[in-house]
Design a protein around this ligand. Structure first.
Ligand SMILES: [Zn+2]
Length: 131
C-alpha cells in the first residue's frame, strides 16, 4: 500500500488524479499561475487528452510572431462554451487558432480554441494553477 501523497508532479504530472473527479471534471478552481485570476470554477470543465503544441508562456503573445519555442501538451480542460469561463482573454487569430490568455495579466497562451470548432475551448493543465 502506497500512502505517500507527497509526490505530486514528481513523475511528470501524467496522472492528475487528484485534479479530476470520478465523472472527469475539475475538482479545483483553475487560476492564472502568475496573478491568480480565476479562469474556471470547480466542476465546469472536462478532462481531455489531446496533443497540442503551445508557444511558451509569456506576456504580450500578440506581439511575438515567428518564434517556435513551446511545449507539446497533452492534458487539457475542455469547455464547450466561452461563457463558462470566469475570466479569460483571447489573442487575435493565428490561422484558425485563437490562444486563450489570462484576462488580467495577459500571460499566455494558457489554452487554445479552434475557429472551426465553436464548442471546444481547451485550457492546458500545465499552464495554470489549481487551488
Ligand atoms: Zn494572470
Amino acid at each position: 500500500m502506497e500512502k505517500s501523497h507527497q509526490n505530486f508532479c514528481s513523475q511528470g504530472c501524467s496522472e492528475p488524479s487528484n485534479l479530476v473527479s470520478e465523472d472527469g471534471k475539475n475538482t479545483k478552481s483553475v487560476v492564472c499561475q502568475l496573478c491568480g485570476s480565476k479562469v474556471l470554477c470547480p466542476g465546469m470543465a472536462v478532462f481531455a487528452e489531446k496533443r497540442v503544441f503551445l508557444p511558451s508562456l509569456k506576456k504580450n503573445i500578440n506581439q511575438s510572431d515567428g518564434t517556435l519555442d513551446g511545449d507539446t501538451l497533452t492534458a487539457h480542460w475542455l469547455v464547450d462554451d466561452m461563457y463558462t469561463f470566469e475570466n479569460v482573454g483571447f489573442t487575435k487569430d493565428v490561422g484558425k487558432i485563437k490562444y486563450l490568455i489570462c484576462a488580467d495579466c495577459e500571460i499566455g497562451p494558457i489554452g487554445w480554441h479552434n475557429l472551426d470548432d465553436k464548442k471546444c475551448f481547451y485550457i492546458a493543465l500545465d499552464r495554470v494553477k489549481h487551488v
